[in-house]
Write a protein that binds this ligand. Structure first.
Ligand SMILES: Nc1ncnc2c1ncn2[C@@H]1O[C@H](COP(=O)(O)OP(=O)(O)OP(=O)(O)O)[C@@H](O)[C@H]1O
Length: 743
């Protein structure tokens, strides 16, 4: 059902309102056109809103006539003054299914006896509540109040006020609409209809009958003759509020904008203010879950949500705590999580979303400190480099500048732009690794595998090799499965291709398990480290050999883009440790070592059927090292509300795709960094040649010998005193709310 109406109100101009997807819109151009038509006294009214937002068309609608499609056009009571066009699209679900039709009067709440209530047609659909030409979107309705046994009820809504100014920030405002039903049974029907739509009904007792009321004719009809609907049991929630969030106004925001909504909707709230860092984490780790059965609401920034998540997941009863839903009230500096996932950034909208009670499953990533085994979970982004330095510096300015502290710290860091040496290893999703490499436009010179050869063997010809890739034996980037590989398993995917099968014996041996490509920033040499079992494998002897076309072709030559995990590389350096960040100019040494290792038939002898082998079969780790400006591992788009609305760090990220989006920003000068920051405001920074973007399953990072010893996880500064690895967890967490993009 699509309802369209335009009304001439007080001033001469008619307003043209139409409802589309449950929202009432004013169309200025249509308004003008309609006004012209009406002023001309034309009997034909043509309103054709254009564009994808308004896919329907009204053409040549004659007042009082029947539209060709059978849609009824009814004339208003006052001739030209009010015209209501009611277009029924029976098959469409624009305004939802009709639940209840009836007559209601707007309760003027006056004590005067002689006030006459005019009953008008009202309708409740699954999307809207309409009476006369007024409409309330149900997504704005929070609760209904009903005085038992009377014919009065109130619908509490928090809609956005209509604003004609495009840049004006609008806030939801409370709008209580009071109604009088024809009798108490009718009133109960209405409240029951709302309740069937999962709205909370506040039942207040019948007001004590005053002498006046007892005499009243109307109240005679109010006598309760039916049982009141049973209202839902109040939902118990723990509210953890960070009073220092944002500009330190979280408490005020909560009291004025959030609590009234939650209380109206029947929530039982236990509000606790944090008294310092990690308080929220401790609370979430120790709270009795039965006291917050409906979830925990975090009032603050992303940091407080992160603390609550980590607290919940650290519990012994993790099975139960993991499913505790988390609600977010954005009162912090940034609130990237709720803004990116739900498109909500004002506290009242967040509260309304919590009231609706929908759940959004969101991926969780875990950052593990390899040396200590410590794990910290995150929902938004883990980063290292410029951003973590800015975060570190910004903490100094928290009190002085509030949310602006990031700008101040960013500007200061920008002036003394450091370089961040580190090694990044990642596992791309679905063979993206090679593609990512092929498309990589980094400023470093790279050597590509011979395209012709690559084509011939049916591998990704784009796989490229750069060098500098020597890794220490004790490289941290070894997960459980890597250890298995490390202990000498081969990759099943590294069976020789048809092409390789045709090669001579030595070359054939050399063709196993290529593909771990190492990209370095600066050197245009090739390093393909291939190796095998540490302890059990014979010690590979370095041998000098010149780089041949065939040598270059080794990398990535296994069928199906088979690449060996880079962990294979470590073992070869086992006996020949090479400083990670020293330029490995003598790449031939590495190549040679690889050749020897394989020539010695180590691969064949070390294959063992370890359980993780299958899992590792198709994994192709890509290693990059060199100076970077930033390494960001994003779990969602990472929008921020700091600058423009269009700013997003990872434009292609999804919060629930079980993937991480890796953004690598190579080291560039200030001007280029400025370009990056500006383009990021429009989400167009990926086009820059020094930016790489890959969807990954896992990322490992080993910081170089920098002075930068911090990384950020969801805005929390963490020490980075060793290598870390970031992976998506199997489990997801539940955020309370829904995406506004859905509507
Ligand atoms: N009472 C408190 N006093 C000082 N710090 C606190 C207090 N409560 C929590 N914190 C710390 O403040 C950190 C940041 O809080 P939060 O993320 O809520 O606000 P924000 O930094 O303003 O917002 P955002 O993270 O979105 O930028 C939390 O991680 C927590 O460690």
């Amino acid at each position: 059902m699509l309802s369209t109406s335009f009304t001439r109100i007080a001033s001469p101009g008619p307003t043209f309102c139409f409802s589309w997807r449950g929202s009432t819109q004013i169309v200025p151009c249509a308004k003008l056109r309609l006004q012209k038509e009406l002023d001309k006294g034309s009997k034909n009214v043509s309103a054709v809103p254009k564009g994808p937002k308004y896919p329907w068309r009204l053409r040549s609608l004659k007042r009082g006539a029947k539209h060709e499609g059978g849609n009824k056009v009814s004339e208003g009571q006052n001739g030209n003054d009010q015209v209501k066009i009611d277009i029924s699209y029976e098959d469409s679900d624009l305004l939802g299914k009709v639940l209840l039709n009836g007559q209601l009067a707007v309760d003027k709440k006056t004590t005067k006896e002689d006030v006459e209530h005019v009953y008008i047609a009202a309708k409740l659909t699954t999307k809207e509540f309409t009476w006369s030409c007024m409409a309330l979107k149900l997504e704005d309705v929070v609760a209904v109040s009903y005085s038992d046994g009377t014919r009065r009820f109130t619908v509490h809504a928090f809609p956005f006020p209509n604003s004609t100014l495009p840049f004006k920030k609008t806030r939801r405002k409370r709008n209580d609409c009071h109604f009088l039903a024809l009798n108490s049974e009718e009133a109960l029907k209405w409240t029951e209809a709302f309740e069937s739509l999962k709205f909370y009904v506040n039942h207040s007792p019948h007001p004590l009958p005053s002498a006046k009321r007892q005499n009243s004719k109307l109240d005679g009809q109010d006598l309760p003759s039916i049982v009141a609907p049973c209202c839902r049991i109040g939902r118990a929630m723990l509210v953890i509020l960070n009073p220092r969030s944002g500009r330190g106004r979280a408490r005020k925001v909560y009291d004025s904008e959030v609590e009234p909504i939650l209380k109206l909707a029947g929530f039982k709230l236990n509000v606790v203010e944090t008294n310092g860092a990690h308080h929220a984490q401790k609370l979430a780790a120790s709270v009795d879950l039965s006291t917050c059965s409906s979830g925990i609401i975090c009032v603050g920034g992303d940091g407080i949500v992160n603390e609550v998540l980590n607290g919940l997941l650290s519990r012994e009863d993790a099975k139960q705590s993991r499913v505790v839903p988390i609600g977010i009230i954005p009162a912090g500096s940034d609130n990237s999580l709720i803004w990116s996932i739900m498109g909500i950034r004002d506290p009242a909208s967040a509260a309304v979303a919590i009231v609706k009670g929908d759940l959004i499953s969101t991926d969780i990533f875990a950052v593990e400190w390899t040396k200590t085994g410590d794990v910290h979970m995150g929902l938004t982004v883990a980063y290292y480099g410029f951003m973590s330095d800015v975060l570190e510096l910004s903490e100094k300015y928290q009190k002085k500048f509030g949310p602006l502290r990031y700008f101040v710290a960013g500007a200061l860091k920008f002036l003394c732009l450091p370089r961040y040496e580190c090694e990044v290893e990642y596992l791309p999703v679905g063979g993206q690794g090679n593609q990512a490499q092929a498309e990589s436009k980094g400023p470093h010179s790279e050597i590509f595998i011979d395209d012709t050869l690559g084509d011939k063997v049916g591998v990704d010809a784009g796989a490229k090799l750069t060098s500098n890739g020597a890794f220490n034996h004790d490289s941290p980037f070894r997960s459980a499965s890597e250890h298995d590989l490390f202990s000498g398993t081969t990759d099943a995917n590294n069976e020789p291709s048809e092409y390789v099968r045709g090669l001579d014996g030595k070359t054939k041996r050399l063709s196993f398990g290529r593909g771990s490509s190492v990209q370095s920033g600066n050197e245009n040499v090739v390093a393909v480290n291939h190796s095998v079992a540490g302890a059990t494998s014979p010690s590979p002897r370095p041998r000098t050999r010149t780089k041949s076309r065939l040598d270059r072709g080794w990398s990535g030559m296994s069928p199906g883009n088979g690449s060996l995990r880079s962990s294979w590389d470590y073992s070869i350096v086992d006996d020949h440790p090479v400083d990670l960040f020293s330029a490995c100019n003598d790449t031939t040494q590495v190549l040679e070592a690889k050749g020897i290792a394989e020539a010695d038939g180590v691969l064949a002898t070390t294959k063992q059927g370890l359980p993780q082998l299958q899992e590792a079969d198709n994994e192709k780790w890509v290693v990059k090292q060199g100076p970077f400006l930033g390494i960001m591992v994003c779990n969602h788009q990472c929008k921020t509300v700091q600058c423009l609305n269009s700013q997003l760090l990872a434009p292609m990220a999804e919060h629930d795709d079980r993937r991480l989006d890796l953004v690598l920003v190579h080291k560039v000068g200030r001007l280029q960094l400025l370009r990056f920051l500006v383009l990021m405001q429009f989400g167009r920074h990926l086009s820059l040649p020094f930016v790489e973007y890959t969807k990954v399953q896992s990322v490992k990072l080993k910081p170089g010998n920098n002075h930068h010893k911090g990384c950020g996880i969801d805005g929390e500064l963490m020490p980075l005193n060793g290598p870390i690895s970031t992976t998506i967890l199997e489990e997801q967490c539940q955020l309370i709310g829904h995406s506004v993009f859905r509507h």
